[in-house]
Structures are given as structure tokens and as C-alpha cells.
Design a protein around this ligand. Structure first.
Ligand SMILES: Cc1cc2nc3c(=O)[nH]c(=O)nc-3n(C[C@H](O)[C@H](O)[C@H](O)COP(=O)(O)OP(=O)(O)OC[C@H]3O[C@@H](n4cnc5c(N)ncnc54)[C@H](O)[C@@H]3O)c2cc1C
Length: 322
């Protein structure tokens, strides 16, 4: 028996969320007295795979086949379930990323395992296994008891600190046959955004709401984001109005993010917006209304006109970083 941790890479480099998953999975494995096994799918060079050893697993497995370089839910489900069966996984862990959200429930169904998504911390109890997650748009926590032979879990990004336990772990190739019938889709071309920080991976996010009045006022938000190496985001009405692209919309019906710093400019802080950003480590709000609900969620608040505060902030940041 083991704890199996699926690790995601982007163009051959493992994501920060994967390092969090390994750290989390290693801790769970230790508490359950089981080995922690990490799994990588697709072509990743040996050096990148060995980086995973820094976070304390007992085994690093790789299933190298270039058809895994792009996500095919059916193929990923088949491969991860086959490895889980091979090592008799008691727990299979994913990051709560787009891939995790798509594949983890399928793996759970395939394994006939219990499923708990978007965990916010270590289990409350290991025997029986009881895990904790946010519910009601982040207003409450629910403790969920999992029964059965195995459990499939996903971990919210930024919910668990990366813990380094350097060790030289050899990388082993997975010894299961890859079936051609697993692959039902084929990516024929990819057009990538260049020079933009990916919102769900970003450490810092600068976000604008309806208080920014119109798309022509996004200059200082983009400039501040550029200076800080941050991603840009927005509230839902902003993307509904086509002021900003839909992939920037955060909240209950948009992306759920948990950066270290979230700067909310002209955003009221409606519960549906906070559902997507309340796990940020620090929230800074800029709003003209001192009674705006965003100030209840914020760690730092600036009561003022974002059109004036943002350019001043940009100038101050320039002084610090230049
Ligand atoms: C089912 C459902 C799902 C939803 N899902 C989402 C979601 O996923 N994400 C989301 O964001 N919303 C969502 N909403 C909408 C949500 O309820 C709010 O309407 C929305 O978040 C408000 O966006 P806002 O804060 O940009 O705009 P507003 O509520 O209009 O707030 C604008 C804010 O800007 C301030 N302001 C005005 N001028 C300035 C200025 N010059 N400088 C600084 N501040 C200024 C105002 O004081 C105000 O606080 C959802 C709603 C429903 C019903």
C-alpha cells in the first residue's frame, strides 16, 4: 500500500502546486505509515524529475510517452488508475488544478474510491480518514469522512507550504503497458500566450472591478502587474462587459486563486468574488467606499480613488525595484 501523488508539469517543468502536493502527500504518507510515491506522465528530463526528490517522497515514477504531454482525460485516468492499482494506493492525491479537477473524480470512479476535492489542510483524522474543505463560497468549513478501501483527494493551491527534505531518490520507469485505445483526443496545435503570468500560478495578482470605470483605465493595473511580475485578474461584471478577457474572471463562477498577494482595485468584495480569492495570503484593497465589504476581507486597505492611488503606487514600486 502507498500514497500516490500525481505531479503536473508544464513544458517539462513541474508546477509549484505539484511541489505543494508532494509535500502534502509525503506528510499524509508519514502519518499513515505508508510510502509516498510520486508519478509523472509525459516526457520530462531526468534532472527535472529528480527535483521532486527534494520534497521527501520514497519513490519517483515516470511514465514516459509523448502522448501524455497534452491532457487527455481518458488516457490520464487509465494510466493513473493503473499505477494506483499496481502499488495498491490507499490515497491518490492531485492538485486542485484544471487537470486535477478533470481527472481526479474519474480516477475515483474507476477505483471505486471515496473522493474529496479542494482540501485546505491536513486531514483532521487519519483513522477514520476525515478531511477538511471550504464550503459555502469559503464562508464555512466542512469535515468530510471518507470510507472504503481508497480515497482520491485534491489539494487547493497555496493551502499547504512546500516543505523541502532533500534526498537523492532514483527515478524509476513505470512498468505498465500503455494502451493505444486510452488516447481518444489529439492536440493538433497550441497557441500560447507569451510574456503573461498565468493567473492560477501567480504569486501576485492585480485585479480590477467595475470601479475602474472602463477598459481604457487598465493601464496602471497592467503596469503595476508588470513591475511586480504579477498576473492580472478582474471581477465578473468586468469580463461580462468585455472590458477584460473571460479567463481573468475570478470568483465563484470564475477562477479560484490563492496568491500570496491579491491587490483588488475598485472591487466591492461581493461574496461571489471573495469565493475565488479569499484564500490569498494577503489582500490589499483600494476602494473609494470605506464601507465596501472588501475591506472586511482585506489585510490592508486604501480608501481612495484607484485612478489616483494606482499611478502613485506604480511610482513608489518603481523607486523600490529600480
Ligand atoms: C450566481 C452568481 C455568481 C457570481 N459569480 C461571480 C464571480 O465569480 N466573480 C465576481 O466577481 N462576481 C460574481 N458575481 C457578481 C457579484 O455578486 C458582484 O456583482 C460582483 O462581484 C461585483 O463586481 P465589482 O465589485 O467589480 O462591481 P461593483 O459591485 O459595482 O463594485 C465596484 C466597487 O468599486 C468602488 N469604486 C467605484 N469607483 C472607484 C474608484 N474610482 N476607485 C476605487 N474604487 C471605486 C465602489 O465603491 C464599489 O465598491 C456573481 C453573482 C451571482 C448572482
Amino acid at each position: 500500500m502507498a500514497v500516490l501523488i500525481y505531479t503536473e508539469n508544464r513544458d517539462g517543468k513541474f508546477t509549484k502546486a505539484s511541489f505543494e502536493s508532494v509535500s502534502f502527500g509525503v506528510r499524509i504518507a508519514k502519518e499513515m505509515n505508508l510510502p509516498a510515491v510520486v508519478l509523472s506522465l509525459g516526457t520530462v528530463d531526468n534532472k527535472a524529475l529528480q527535483v521532486l526528490g527534494k520534497y521527501g517522497p520514497d519513490t519517483i515514477l515516470t511514465l514516459e510517452d509523448e502522448r501524455f504531454d497534452t491532457l487527455d482525460n481518458k488516457a490520464y485516468t487509465a494510466a493513473i488508475s493503473a499505477v494506483a492499482a499496481d502499488i495498491a494506493a490507499k490515497v491518490v492525491l492531485f492538485s486542485h488544478s484544471n487537470t486535477g479537477k478533470a481527472v481526479a473524480p474519474r480516477v475515483a470512479a474507476r477505483m471505486k474510491a471515496a473522493y474529496a476535492p479542494a482540501l485546505t489542510g491536513l486531514p483532521v483524522s487519519y483513522n477514520p480518514l476525515i478531511v477538511r474543505k471550504k464550503v459555502m463560497s469559503g464562508k464555512a468549513f466542512a469535515d468530510i469522512g471518507l470510507s472504503g478501501e481508497a480515497s482520491v483527494l485534491t489539494l487547493s493551491p497555496n493551502a499547504f507550504e512546500v516543505v523541502e527534505k532533500p534526498a537523492d531518490i532514483p527515478v524509476e520507469k513505470v512498468n505498465i503497458p500503455v494502451d493505444d485505445n486510452w488516447f481518444t483526443t489529439r492536440v493538433t496545435g497550441v497557441q500560447k500566450q507569451t510574456g503573461k503570468v498565468i493567473l492560477t500560478d501567480a504569486d501576485i495578482v492585480v485585479s480590477g472591478g467595475r470601479g475602474m470605470k472602463g477598459p481604457e483605465n487598465w493601464g496602471p493595473i497592467e503596469e503595476l502587474a508588470g513591475l511586480l511580475g504579477a498576473a492580472t485578474a478582474c471581477s465578473r461584471p468586468v469580463s461580462d462587459e468585455d472590458w477584460r478577457p473571460h479567463e481573468e474572471h475570478t470568483g465563484q463562477t470564475g477562477k479560484i486563486i490563492a496568491p500570496n498577494l491579491y491587490i483588488a482595485c475598485g472591487i466591492s468584495g461581493a461574496i461571489q468574488h471573495l469565493a475565488g480569492v479569499s484564500s490569498s495570503k494577503y489582500i490589499v484593497a483600494i476602494n473609494t467606499d470605506p464601507d465596501a465589504p472588501i475591506f472586511e476581507a482585506a489585510d490592508y486597505g486604501i480608501v481612495g480613488d484607484a485612478m489616483k492611488v494606482l499611478p502613485a503606487l506604480v511610482e513608489e514600486v518603481k523607486k523600490v525595484i529600480q
